[in-house]
Design a protein around this ligand. Structure first.
Ligand SMILES: Cc1cc2nc3c(=O)[nH]c(=O)nc-3n(C[C@H](O)[C@H](O)[C@H](O)COP(=O)(O)O)c2cc1C
Length: 175
C-alpha cells in the first residue's frame, strides 16, 4: 500500500472559507481572496488559527507583504463564491467586485457576508513540504445565525441538514 493523501483526505469533511488580504499598491489598496479549507483552530488562549497555502501561491506572496488577512466562512448558498475564488487572480478580482463584502476594521482585508468571520495578524510562517503553514493571531471575530455553513466532502459541496449531509454541487478539485 502506497500513500495517497489526497484520496484519504477526501473522506474528511471541512467547512469552506474565503481568505482575503489587502496590500498597498501604487494606485491604492489592492485586494485578493482565495478559497481555502485548511483552516484549523490552534489555540483558544491566546486565540490562534492556522491555514496552509501552496508555496507558489501568488495570494501567499501578497499575504506575506500585508502580514494580515480575513477569513469568511461560507454558507450553503455560496458554492459559486467558493468556485470563483479557486480560480486565477484576474477572475478573483472580478468576483470581489460582485460579492457583498466590507473591509475588516483591524486588517482592511475584505470580510464577506456569511455565518462567521475572523481577522488575523501573522504570527509565524512555517514552510512545510509544498505548502506554507501560516499561524495567525485572531484579532477579531464575528458570527451571525443565518443559513447553515457550506461543507466540503468527497470533492463536492454539501448541505448539512436534519437528514445528514446531502450532496449539493458537482465535484471540484481543490489543489
Ligand atoms: C474547497 C477548496 C478548498 C481549497 N483550500 C485550499 C487551501 O487550503 N490552501 C490552498 O493553497 N489552496 C486551496 N484551494 C485552492 C485555491 O483556492 C486555488 O488554488 C487558488 O487559485 C490559489 O490561488 P493562487 O495560486 O493564484 O494564489 C482550495 C480550493 C477549493 C475549491
Amino acid at each position: 500500500m502506497g500513500v495517497d493523501l489526497r484520496v484519504a483526505m477526501r473522506n474528511f469533511a471541512t467547512g469552506v472559507c474565503v481568505m482575503s488580504t489587502k496590500v498597498d499598491g501604487p494606485d491604492g489598496p489592492e485586494h485578493d481572496a482565495v478559497t481555502v479549507n485548511s483552516l484549523t483552530s490552534l489555540s483558544l488562549d491566546p486565540p490562534l488559527v492556522s491555514v496552509c497555502l501552496r508555496q507558489d501561491s501568488v495570494f501567499l506572496a501578497d499575504l506575506l507583504v500585508s502580514g494580515s488577512w480575513a477569513l469568511s466562512i461560507l454558507d450553503i448558498g455560496a458554492s459559486d463564491v467558493a468556485r470563483a475564488f479557486a480560480t486565477g487572480r484576474d477572475n478573483r478580482r472580478a468576483a470581489l467586485a460582485t460579492v457583498s463584502a466590507v473591509p475588516g476594521e483591524h486588517t482592511g482585508a475584505l470580510v464577506l457576508d456569511g455565518p462567521g468571520w475572523l481577522e488575523c495578524g501573522l504570527r509565524q510562517v512555517v514552510e512545510v513540504g509544498d505548502h506554507t503553514l501560516l499561524i495567525g493571531d485572531v484579532l477579531a471575530t464575528g458570527s451571525q445565525d443565518r443559513r447553515p455553513p457550506l461543507v466540503f466532502l468527497h470533492g463536492e459541496y454539501h448541505a448539512v441538514g436534519a437528514g445528514g449531509a446531502n450532496r449539493h454541487d458537482r465535484e471540484v478539485r481543490t489543489r
